[in-house]
Design a protein around this ligand. Structure first.
Ligand code: B1M
Length: 210
């Protein structure tokens, strides 16, 4: 039987070989990829975050855990889809300026891609003007903004302001997400929607497109 706590702790310990083995064994035992992610890997990253906050783990160790997490997510990727292969929407996702966190954003992107959406992942540390440029270039219907830091949340508002100033607000829906973001904050800055996790981001995007 899969021990999700062991998966979480192995990520915290940054034992890459053991973690990949645990993930593969769980899959072979027919454990759902989404459960490995939500009950093992994400709680493991939360422990990493707590240890980082308490000064028990330092940036290089956190980066290593992040890299190992990304490798495991890549293994799970083909199994995280929602089974809908129809192409839909034209979306852009990026992490706002000043913010380098990308694991959650990449997960959202991956799940949208697996759900058949045409999603352009434009990276991290993306300034308001760059979002505007990409919206124009891709003729995007939806733009997804990710932020993991309380200090970069205001950049979401600045990005929305830039979209308004560029005259694009009527043609693009704006979704926001990331650990410190809330529905109240999304409402306050004039976003069209907020999603807590990758699964709900896919559902929200579908409603915004239709
Ligand atoms: Co950073 N970091 N970090 N970090 N880091 C946090 C966010 C923090 C909470 C840790 C802590 O102190 N407990 C804290 C923020 C505190 C705050 O602002 N309130 C923090 C800090 C302080 C910092 C630095 C300032 C540290 C320093 O330098 N002193 C620094 C900032 C660098 C910068 O960005 N400018 C920093 C750096 C880093 C690393 C580079 C070392 C690394 C990132 C590597 C990478 O991403 N490639 C890192 C990491 C890994 C974390 C933690 C430990 C893990 C984040 C993560 O990947 N979680 C994090 C603590 C934590 O979150 N528990 C922390 C797993 C991921 C699957 O979840 O990203 O939340 P998440 O994504 C979810 C949802 O939020 C949602 O769906 C995803 C999937 O379910 N979602 C969306 C995300 N984006 C969405 C977009 C949408 C919809 C949903 O579109 C609409």
């Amino acid at each position: 039987m899969t021990d999700f706590i062991e998966i979480a702790n192995t990520l915290v310990d940054r034992d890459q070989d053991k973690l990949i083995e645990l993930v593969n064994t769980s899959l072979a035992d027919n454990v759902q990829a989404v459960d490995i992610l939500n009950q093992g890997l994400i709680p493991g990253m939360d422990i990493v975050g707590d240890k980082m906050e308490d000064g028990e783990m330092f940036i290089p160790e956190v980066l290593m855990a992040a890299k190992i997490m990304s490798e495991c997510v890549a293994i799970l990727k083909p199994l995280l889809g929602e089974g809908d292969s129809s192409k839909g929407g034209n979306l852009i996702i990026g992490t706002v300026k000043g913010d380098l966190h990308d694991i959650g954003k990449n997960l959202v992107s991956m799940m949208m891609e697996s759900a058949g959406m045409d999603i352009h992942n434009i990276g991290v540390d993306i300034g308001p003007e760059d979002f505007v440029t990409h919206i124009k270039e891709k003729n995007a219907q939806v733009v997804c903004l990710s932020a993991l830091l309380t200090t970069t949340m205001p950049m979401m508002k600045q990005t929305i302001d830039a979209i308004v100033e560029a005259g694009l607000r009527d043609q693009v829906k704006i979704m926001v997400g990331g650990a410190p973001v809330t529905q109240a904050f999304a409402d306050e800055i004039g976003a069209d929607g907020y999603a807590t996790d990758a699964g709900s981001a896919v559902k929200l995007a579908k409603t915004l497109i239709n």
